[in-house]
Ligand binder design. Structure first.
Ligand code: SF4
Length: 520
């Protein structure tokens, strides 16, 4: 093992150097750190911390939606050893106050590197399944970190806050099959970068063409942040698990599973094969121009050591052959760019069929959608005569007794429950998601783009299409899909729950009014 040395900070490494970075993901255990499994993770973490080839250790936050030991417990030990640590913070178990409080705790304790995630939907819990919180999403959380870094302004006459020094990262779920999944993921990536993501980590995946496409798409959109390629070291069990779609957003194709089954039948249960595969993925990531790799898997220190050793032994151009072999895509998978026949990877020519499909976009929208759009454009769009009339009406209602107000709220509810399965949140996002309700039809209440969990366009929870995939299709028929996330970050205001969304829109109390100039 190489001798330990002083490691640069994660932010310095990614922003001030051109060095290829290596980060290892650590999954904490269940129970206290003194349990056998906790001690095993701690021991592994300490060995990795001593290895100068490992630049950062990234610690998960209740992965898979299960309760695990807090990332900070392990992180504190590693920080004290001079190790760069990335703490994951996901929105599934914490509301915005808890996230903010935790952010202050992390900043106070010297944790600057954080990874903002919406998170997997909870799958288990003490005495039954935990409820998902999703008060913020990954974009809202990035915005919170950005605001903390800028120094929060004084609240209610108090003092402003000092600036924090967070270096926030985010994830892109880029191994999707359908256009209606891929494009919204790319749009959301741009939104994450716009709102402060300082580095990006890809989802786990085994398709070098999609990996190549991501970097080319980012260059095409001028998204200039360092990107790390996720290299999850498979085992036969993990390959079967991923192939069965058990981890939302992670794909192992039939072809890759067949290889894993074959390797798994060998005397070492495929260990040599899987470590070599991971080393080749690292080489491909380096060759494609990724700023580093993000290694994960249920491994021992010796396994990480072997992957890095193998990768270091490859020739400079070997990655090109590896990349051709590492294109485990899905049937009829959508790519934004045409293939490059020379490399087997991505060209920079936009998918010709995709462009043709934009030209062919028909007006075959459901009647209900067209009616909603028509009403919205004439009544709820600030600046229109309908909006001014609505505002006058609701201003008059504010001055009247409760009876009329309640009656009109009842009418609103009767219409909106029937049309949208409305949950009376009072802070309506229907016009922003092609008239699909994020409260009733999105398990994670996502208002700033899709989570990474779709499987073949379906929501990771239940058996229905993802609302963002549906919204993309609706908007595409109108040629508006590329603008679907082009707005201020939406923060639902919990204070409006159970109040009239119409009143809140006309009287400037909802999120749109707070972020739209000239709405009053
Ligand atoms: S509807 Fe889409 S964004 Fe919402 S939880 Fe399901 S997959 Fe995620």
């Amino acid at each position: 093992m190489p001798l330990p040395g002083i490691k640069p900070t994660w932010s310095h490494l990614l922003t001030q150097t051109g060095e290829f970075a290596t980060c290892v993901e650590l999954v904490t255990s269940r129970g206290t750190i003194t349990e056998r499994s906790g001690r095993r993770v701690l021991e592994l973490a300490r060995l990795l911390a001593q290895d100068p080839r490992i630049d950062a250790l990234s610690i998960t936050d209740n992965p898979g939606g299960n309760a695990m030991l807090s990332a900070d417990t392990l992180g504190t030990d590693l920080l004290a050893r001079g190790q760069e640590v990335i703490i994951h913070l996901s929105c599934k178990d914490w509301n915005r106050n808890a996230l903010q409080s935790h952010a202050w705790k992390l900043a106070s304790e010297g944790f600057n590197n954080v990874l903002a995630l919406s998170g997997d939907f909870p799958t288990g819990g003490y005495h039954g399944q935990a409820s998902g919180v999703f008060d913020l999403d990954s974009v809202g959380l990035l915005r919170l970190f950005a605001d903390l870094n800028a120094g929060l302004p004084p609240a209610a006459g108090g003092q402003g806050m000092g600036r924090t020094r967070f270096f926030p990262g985010a994830v892109v779920s880029n191994f999707k099959r359908h256009e209606r999944e891929v494009m919204p993921q790319y749009f959301k990536l741009a939104k994450k970068v716009e709102h402060g993501a300082s580095f990006i980590i890809t989802q786990v995946g085994y398709d070098a063409r999609k990996q190549d496409e991501l970097l080319k798409y980012m260059a095409w959109r001028d998204l200039k942040v360092p990107v790390l390629a996720n290299v999850y070291v498979l085992s036969l069990g993990a390959a079967r698990f991923f192939h069965a779609g058990q981890i939302p957003g992670v794909v192992v194709s039939d072809e890759l599973l067949a290889l894993a089954e074959k390797a798994g039948a060998s005397a070492d249960r495929g260990r040599a094969f899987f470590l070599e595969l991971a080393a080749r993925q690292c080489a491909v990531a380096r060759g494609l121009g990724y700023r580093g790799v993000y290694l994960g898997g249920h491994l021992k220190y010796e396994d990480y050591d072997r992957v890095l050793e193998l990768e270091a032994g490859f020739g400079e151009l070997d990655w090109r052959d590896f990349a051709r072999e590492l294109c485990f895509n899905q049937a009829e998978e959508f790519y934004f760019f045409e293939p490059d026949s020379d490399t087997g990877l991505s060209s920079t020519e936009v998918n010709r069929e995709y462009l043709r499909s934009k030209d062919r976009a028909s007006q075959a929208l459901p009647l209900g959608y067209r009616v909603n759009q028509w009403v919205h454009d004439r009544v709820f769009e600030p600046g229109t005569a309908g909006f001014r009339a609505g505002r006058r009406l609701y201003q008059a209602l504010e001055r009247s007794g409760d009876g009329l107000r309640r009656a009109l709220h009842g009418v609103e509810q009767a219409l909106k429950i029937a049309a949208f399965d409305c949950r009376d949140c009072g802070d309506c996002s229907l016009p922003e998601i092609a008239f699909l309700c994020p409260e009733s039809q999105c398990a994670k209440n996502q208002r700033n783009g899709p989570c990474g969990g779709t499987r073949q366009g379906q929501c990771e929870v239940g058996e229905k299409e993802c609302i963002w995939a549906l919204a993309y299709q609706r908007l595409k028929t109108q040629g508006k899909e590329e603008q679907m996330l082009e707005r201020e970050v939406v923060f639902k205001d919990g204070a409006l729950q159970g109040t009239s969304a119409w009143a809140n829109a006309f009287l400037g109390r909802d999120h749109r009014a707070k972020t739209t100039e000239g709405s009053t």
